[in-house]
Design a protein around this ligand. Structure first.
Ligand code: HEC
Length: 379
């Protein structure tokens, strides 16, 4: 039996490396405002995996910068193995034929104005972008539709419109190109507000994208990811984790229809599928009476969905939740379950929030130290 497992493990390892005996072809948006973050994270992640890669020059292939999902799929079939810097909606469903890594940085849509602007008045948004949907969902009474995100930012900077909604990286980029302009920013609250940047590949690159996810986790645990993605940012931007170490030279703002692609993450966390069943039993016996049979919340908060772990600004880590639960839960007899029961119920919570098992069992030693961010991938 042992011998068979060894053979299988060997075969898998071989397949994983042989798939990329050649250099990985990495695509990046040539003019994206997050380009320097994407480049830095790719370099660190591939470095960590000891994989060689080369950046594919998409200058011509992308033309004006528009990239809708069919185009992305086509590029991933012909020109690149993996694409960095794809903005993805939090909790979105899988785009057919695509796989996405863990997110490496949040890049949300924010409301912005020049400092001291009174509340109220029109809100500028770009046509056919998430900003327009956010304004519509918020029932903004008076909105001013511009043709491009660039025009939105200019309209506010030039005081033609008091407020705007724009992608945080675009604002940061504008501020870099216009020293002296500093917008006051605040989050928007809509299901179109929250975006994250990920690596995206075609399904044939599932193994590679999975390895990039692990590299992102490792970079996050070591603090390097935070260093790469959040440095001296203009006011407001740091809150969104969007900042670049090296300023971009030209201000780029996505054109209408530019690639806001809805792809699902394939988040994994350390636990084994076999821990989920026992964890579900612990949950039913020890947690459901307060948190609800479906984790929906009863006398205690919900343990699933954005209300529990909003994926853009969740400050919780898996280890932090584990430590909280082992010391405070069940609230009527805190700390009184067996270590194995706490571990299994944690595996169940991860599963219930959309994580796939990495296959390596979660243990009482590993769980409190797991510094990966806990995001719910369930609506
Ligand atoms: C007797 C009721 C009760 C039971 C049983 C119970 N909890 Fe709780 N739980 C609560 C309450 C109340 C809170 C909110 C505490 C607070 O906000 O200070 C809470 C908070 C939590 C939180 C933090 C939620 C958040 O949004 O920050 C987690 C995680 C949690 N419980 C997990 C569990 C698990 C796992 C179990 C079973 C092992 C469990 N609880 C059993 C009452 C309970």
């Amino acid at each position: 039996m042992k011998y068979r497992n060894l053979l299988l493990a060997g075969a898998v390892a071989f397949a994983a490396t042989s798939a990329h005996s050649h250099e990985v072809r990495l695509c990046l948006f040539p003019h994206s405002p997050t380009r320097s973050v994407d480049t830095a994270v790719a370099k660190a992640a591939f470095g960590r995996l000891a994989l060689s890669y080369r950046e594919v020059d998409l200058g011509r292939a992308l033309g004006d910068g528009a990239l809708a999902q069919p185009r992305l799929t086509k590029l991933l079939a012909s020109t690149c193995d993996v694409f960095a810097g794809i903005p993805t909606a939090a909790g979105a469903r899988p785009g057919a034929g695509l796989v996405a890594s863990q997110p490496y940085v949040a890049a949300d849509f924010v409301e912005f104005a020049l400092p001291g602007t009174a509340p109220g008045g029109a809100v500028a948004v770009a046509y056919r972008t998430p900003a327009q949907l956010i304004a519509a969902e918020a029932k903004v009474p008076d909105f001013d539709v511009e043709n491009t995100p660039d025009a939105v930012i200019r309209a506010v900077a030039e005081r033609r419109v008091p407020h705007g909604i724009a992608w945080a990286p675009s604002l940061l980029d504008y501020q870099r190109a216009h020293p002296g302009v500093h917008f006051a920013q605040q989050p928007t609250h809509s299901r179109f507000s929250t975006w994250q940047l990920r690596f995206v590949g075609a399904t044939r690159e599932r193994a590679l994208v999975g390895r990039l996810s692990h590299a992102i986790d490792a970079l996050r645990r070591s603090g390097e990811l935070q260093r790469l993605t959040a440095t001296a940012a203009p006011q407001g931007a740091a809150d969104h984790g969007v900042a670049t170490a090296t300023p971009t030279r030209t201000a780029f703002h996505p054109q209408p229809g530019w690639g806001f692609v809805r792809v699902a993450a394939t988040p994994t966390a350390q636990f084994a599928a076999a821990q989920v069943g026992p964890g579900r039993k612990v949950y039913a016996a020890e947690c459901a009476r307060c948190h609800g049979a479906k984790l929906e919340g009863r006398t205690a908060p919900a343990l699933v969905g954005a209300g529990f772990a909003p994926s853009s600004n969740s400050t919780m880590t898996i280890g932090g939740i584990f430590q909280y639960v082992t010391t405070n839960m069940p609230a009527d007899k805190p700390g009184q379950l067996k270590p194995a029961q706490y571990v299994d119920v944690m595996a169940f919570l991860l599963h219930a929030n959309g994580y796939a098992p990495s296959g390596k069992p979660l243990t009482a030693q590993a769980a409190p130290n797991d510094a990966s961010q806990f995001d719910s991938f369930v609506k």
